[in-house]
Design a protein around this ligand. Structure first.
Ligand SMILES: CC(C)(COP(=O)(O)OP(=O)(O)OC[C@H]1O[C@@H](n2cnc3c(N)ncnc32)[C@H](O)[C@@H]1OP(=O)(O)O)[C@@H](O)C(=O)NCCC(=O)NCCS
Length: 191
């Protein structure tokens, strides 16, 4: 049997056409219904998600990435940069709200999406990427650990899902600077 080949693309977007928004809302609700894991617990519907994505595009500290399978949006992720008043943590950023619709999984899109977010964060001058994930999201945990994220702690009361308290793991990754010093210089020597 021959395996179908697909076109994978992840892009940073600052606007979305109505058709792309419709696909993205459908992908988002499909991922929520399948089990979520990226914030939402209940399906939101097209109208609410359209407002959400339009709002994200307006927030200066948020960068939206959209994953496309054969041209159609099937998932997204957000890079959240620290506010300007947080100079002390200006070197770090957060990867959040990452998901791929169930019908588009297993093609390597999430891996590509995380890499794109990392590259963009590094190009903006960030040297550390932080993220957190529910302990129940085993696939995401495998994805992030496979990409070199270090788990530094577990929050025992991280989320509340359908009346149940769920723990969450916190991760960081030192980003390769686009140019300049090696990332080894980021961390103090072992005490
Ligand atoms: C986690 C998620 C984004 C992975 O999407 P995907 O496009 O299918 O992932 P990829 O095809 O890029 O796979 C990348 C890696 O993820 C892991 N992975 C993917 N599918 C897996 C599976 N079924 N079982 C175990 N690990 C799996 C593997 O480490 C894989 O690397 P490999 O192919 O070298 O083994 C997707 O399952 C999802 O949206 N889950 C729900 C939302 C979520 O948990 N988001 C993260 C919290 S922010």
């Amino acid at each position: 049997m021959t395996q179908a080949t697909h076109t994978l693309l992840v892009e940073r977007v600052d606007s979305l056409s109505d058709a792309d928004l419709a696909d993205l809302c459908e992908a988002t609700d499909a991922a929520i219904i399948e089990g979520g894991g990226f914030g939402w617990v209940n399906a939101q519907g097209r109208e609410a998600l359209t407002r959400h994505f339009r709002g994200v595009l307006l927030v200066p500290e948020r960068v939206l990435f959209v994953a496309r399978l054969d041209g159609h949006p099937v998932g997204s992720a957000q890079l959240v940069r620290p506010p300007r008043y947080n100079e002390a943590q200006a070197w770090s950023a957060q990867l959040t709200h990452a998901y791929i619709a169930p019908y588009a999984r297993g093609h390597g899109l999430a891996r590509l999406m995380v890499r794109r977010v990392e590259e963009h964060a590094a190009a903006l001058g960030h040297r550390v990427l932080n993220l957190d994930v529910r302990e129940t999201q085993e696939t995401a945990i495998a994805l992030f650990e496979g990409l070199g994220y270090t788990r530094w702690g577990t929050h025992p009361a991280y989320a509340r899902i359908e009346g149940r308290t769920v723990a969450g793991h916190h991760y960081y990754k030192a980003l390769e600077p686009v140019r300049g010093r090696s990332k080894d210089a980021l961390f103090p020597p072992e005490r």
